[in-house]
Ligand binder design. Structure first.
Ligand SMILES: Nc1nc2c(c(=O)[nH]1)N[C@H]1C(S)=C(S)[C@@H](COP(=O)(O)OP(=O)(O)OC[C@H]3O[C@@H](n4cnc5c(=O)[nH]c(N)nc54)[C@H](O)[C@@H]3O)O[C@H]1N2
Ligand SMILES: Nc1nc2c(c(=O)[nH]1)N[C@H]1C(S)=C(S)[C@@H](COP(=O)(O)OP(=O)(O)OC[C@H]3O[C@@H](n4cnc5c(=O)[nH]c(N)nc54)[C@H](O)[C@@H]3O)O[C@H]1N2
Ligand code: SF4
Ligand SMILES: [Mo]
Length: 754
């Protein structure tokens, strides 16, 4: 399927949703001879209205990057050989099947990286692939990211995917912790031009309060910014809860009859008075009381926390407390508060009591970590690879992931990967991780794929729907992502490397349609499954799945039942997207807890409070701690091979407060040696009063100086990998999330003659 382009001479203009971050900006692409000659923001995009950032602007550069792999590669020793797709899939079959036969399915691990959440193929085929592989060793970047939010929401609302979003366009008071949307453009809150929306909040007389150990650009815009000692947000938030109870400011509003656990929560909050925590989080008791009072008093208010609240020892507790505060102040499920989007592809559910959410249905082999959403923590992947025994991981499939850079104790993981018996990577770069693969299967360019944000329309500040067909055709030898996944699923399920991806594709849609009819949780389409199959014939792959989900979704045409409703045909005729309106209250329709209520004090979480209390006793602020940061022109570990995004001064620096720098004898522009419990790195120093005293920051995603990679631009400006310092033994025990911020470090001048 292709978009009907607007043509101007030999140039054409097409519209494509940017697939790089959660903001889902619409891009206007000018294309000549299949080359991208200009990228601008699509002014008519119903959501982003012309906003875009330098990464979206570089989509053509990524497409043209000579280092982007276009054909499969097989490694023999240190040498890479370009091969045909048939040879590549045969090599995968020959490499993996004997291992599975000899050591069992759990000997193969699968690792899904961040871009999986930005592609239609992963959204629609990962489940099939995982089912075919039948391994318990599933890992993803979720456990260096947002899994604490899934866990806290799972326990509170009954499903880990029921995540409330701050209604930033209508709120009057936004308390933001551990997020810097000025740079990241927002996460677990899809809002193109997030900074513009924050400026509007302030313009309309609202208030933005930012809690961050760094005076970020977002903090600079805010009405108030408070430095916080990294990792202590749970203490700070608990003290707000404490004040709400103590000052009789709790008001559950319309949810009063639908909440349980208030009394347990009140008891639990008693020890966390502002006096008890101010010395730890470094926010004064007066400020805590003021924030609590303003939060409770604002007409519409919301608390929002992101990565800084997740990648800490108390990630689950912190994320739970964010939503606890939204409930206690009557802002949960209300306009301008914390709301639940209703995406167009969501099956129409029948409101009912659910079974609730569970973790630990099985445990990891070496350290006995509970599975969470079917995954083990990435922090234990190296254990599973290195420690012998039945079920040891001997082979790995990575999809759109660079764990050697993005995971804690990177050096250990790097070594463990080098010793694997077999590794396959679906990725279009030969980078720090994929250099260990025996076979690399590169998907076609993002611009040669259709795009629909399965994940982010469910996390969006408005109900939006937008579909982009491929902007340019695939190059001859390139393969669609979904076909690569379907081929692997064929291999794992015993159909062999030669099987046609269509077989798996038909199986997937049939399974989906049949489940829609057999499930008692969802409303059934008013038409037979057989007729549905014939009506879906126009599309294939992820587009066919999307068409089915849209048509049976809450705004769908119901295959004729609601002729004005959505279908993929209709959506494709709207290249700038369709705005389905502001978020509406809906929590009572989507609660899936066993009690049928919002569970404010789930046992697993309440039990973890003891660990938080113990941290008060064990607290020390004598050590320097390390946090991370992002940059507008980076995207985690990639985008460093695009010249226009890396030009200018080195961004991979150690930021440090001038007082700390002078105490340690560090000079701006000099080199520092930073060491932690697991590693040490050398990094240039940047002195800035924007850093809190006692805290240093290094961005993650760098360290492109490893041998065997092939990214010429990135190799020239490699930076250093901050995750060499992160200790993989430190995790949030409830969710398994790695601790990547607040890492104790020793910082000293680097003396080259030692
Ligand atoms: N340009 C760009 N955009 C991106 C990305 C990128 O790499 N570059 N990555 C994307 C991805 S994968 C994600 S998940 C999102 C993340 O999006 P955000 O959550 O907005 O991430 P950051 O910009 O890293 O902001 C995190 C902030 O938390 C602060 N912080 C660190 N530790 C603590 C703490 O203990 N407490 C508090 N209160 N604050 C703390 C840091 O100083 C930082 O300002 O961004 C996405 N967008
Ligand atoms: N210290 C520290 N570490 C962090 C973080 C932090 O804040 N601090 N943030 C964490 C977070 S939030 C995240 S999400 C992770 C990210 O960690 P990962 O997901 O492991 O890594 P990325 O750097 O996003 O690398 C993505 C890979 O996918 C490839 N790729 C891009 N698009 C596609 C595609 O469409 N298909 C395929 N098959 N491949 C593609 C790229 O070439 C690249 O190799 O890092 C985490 N690590
Ligand atoms: S903000 Fe995100 S979605 Fe928008 S152009 Fe930049 S990378 Fe793309
Ligand atoms: Mo992320």
């Amino acid at each position: 399927m292709t978009q009907k382009p607007e043509t101007k001479g030999d140039e054409k203009i097409v519209y494509h949703t940017c697939p790089f971050c959660e903001a889902t900006c619409g891009l206007e692409l000018t294309i000549k001879n299949n080359q991208i000659t200009r990228v601008r923001g699509d002014k008519e995009d119903v959501f982003s209205r012309g906003h875009f950032c330098p990464k979206g602007g570089a989509i053509g550069d990524l497409h043209e990057d000579p280092d982007r792999l276009r054909v499969p590669m097989i490694r023999e020793g240190n040498k890479w050989k370009k091969v045909s797709w048939d040879e590549a899939f045969e090599a995968v079959e020959q490499g993996l099947l004997p291992l599975i036969k000899k050591y069992g399915n759990n000997s193969v691990a699968m690792y899904l990286g961040n871009p999986c959440s930005h592609t239609m193929a992963a959204a629609t085929y990962i489940r099939t692939l995982a089912k075919a592989l039948k391994t318990k060793n599933l890992y993803s970047s979720s456990s260096v990211d947002q899994i604490p939010k899934h866990v806290s929401c799972g326990f509170m609302f009954g499903s880990p995917l029921t995540i409330p979003i701050p209604d930033i366009d209508r709120t009057a008071f936004l308390l933001m912790l551990g997020a810097n949307p000025y740079v990241s453009n927002g996460s677990l809150c899809t809002a193109p031009d997030f900074p513009g929306r924050l400026r509007n909040l302030i313009k309309r007389g609202g208030k933005l309060v930012v809690i961050d150990p760094c005076r970020t650009k977002t903090a600079q815009l805010a009405n108030e910014h408070y430095f916080i000692r990294p990792g202590t947000d749970a203490l700070f938030l608990f003290s707000l809860v404490h004040v709400l109870f103590k000052e009789n400011l709790v008001s559950l509003g319309k949810l009063a009859d639908h909440v349980i656990g208030v009394e347990e929560l009140k008891i639990a909050s008693e020890v966390f008075s502002p006096e008890a925590v101010e010395g730890h989080c470094k926010i004064s008791k007066e400020a805590i009381c003021q924030i609590a009072t303003e939060l409770a008093g604002a007409d519409k208010a919301v608390v929002y926390g992101r990565i800084g609240t997740c990648v800490t020892q108390f990630g689950t507790l912190t994320n739970w407390l964010v939503d606890v505060l939204n409930v206690l102040t009557g802002n949960m499920d209300n306009e301008g508060g914390s709301m639940f989007p209703m995406p167009a592809h969501e099956p129409v559910g029948i409101p009912s009591m659910g079974k609730g959410f569970k973790t630990g249905r099985w445990k990891s082999r070496v350290k006995g970590f509970p599975e969470v959403m079917g995954e083990f923590p990435v922090a234990t992947l190296a254990d599973e690879m290195e420690i012998p025994g039945e079920g040891q991981v001997r082979a790995l499939l990575t999809i759109a992931a660079n764990p050697v850079i993005s995971n804690p104790n990177s050096n250990r993981l790097d070594r463990a990967m080098a010793n694997l018996d077999f590794m396959v990577s679906i990725d279009f770069y030969l980078n720090e991780t994929t250099r260990h693969a025996h076979v690399i299967l590169p998907p076609a360019s993002p611009l040669s794929h259709s795009h629909y944000d399965f994940f982010f329309y469910g996390l969006s500040v408005r109900n939006i729907v937008n579909f982009s067909p491929p902007a340019v055709p695939k190059e001859n030898q390139e393969m669609d992502k979904w076909k690569i996944m379907a081929k692997l699923a064929s291999i794992f399920s015993g159909m062999g490397a030669g099987a046609d991806p269509k077989t798996i594709d038909d199986f997937v849609i049939q399974y989906l349609v049949k489940s829609a009819f057999s499930s008692d949780k969802n409303q059934k389409p008013d038409i037979s499954p057989e007729s549905i199959f014939s009506l879906l014939e126009k599309y294939k792959g992820p587009e066919r799945i999307l068409d089915f989900l849209l048509r049976t979704g809450p705004y769908g045409d119901g295959f004729g039942a609601n002729p004005d409703g959505l279908s993929l045909d209709k959506l494709a005729a709207h290249p700038h997207g369709i705005d389905l309106g502001p978020l509406k209250p809906r929590i009572l329709k989507i609660l899936k807890t066993a009690s049928g209520k919002i569970e404010l004090a789930p046992d697993v979480i309440i039990d973890d409070i003891r660990r938080l209390q113990a941290s008060i006793a064990a607290f020390s602020d004598n050590t320097m701690v390390l946090i991370g940061r992002r940059h507008l022109r980076s995207n985690n570990s990639w985008f460093h091979n695009i010249p226009k995004l890396v030009k200018g001064k080195n961004r991979c620096t150690l930021q440090i407060h001038p007082d700390d720098a002078s105490q340690m004898g560090l000079n701006d522009g000099g080199q520092a040696l930073v060491s932690s419990a697991v590693g040490e790195i050398k990094v240039p120093v940047e002195i800035t009063t924007d850093m809190m005293k006692g805290v240093v920051s290094i961005p993650h995603g760098w360290g492109h100086d490893m041998s065997g990679i092939s990214m010429k631009v990135a190799e020239k400006n490699p930076g250093v990998n901050s995750n060499i310092l992160a200790d993989e033994k430190q995790i949030d025990i409830v969710s398994g999330n790695a601790v990547l911020n607040g890492i104790p470090v020793v910082v000293a001048p680097f003396l080259s003659n030692f």
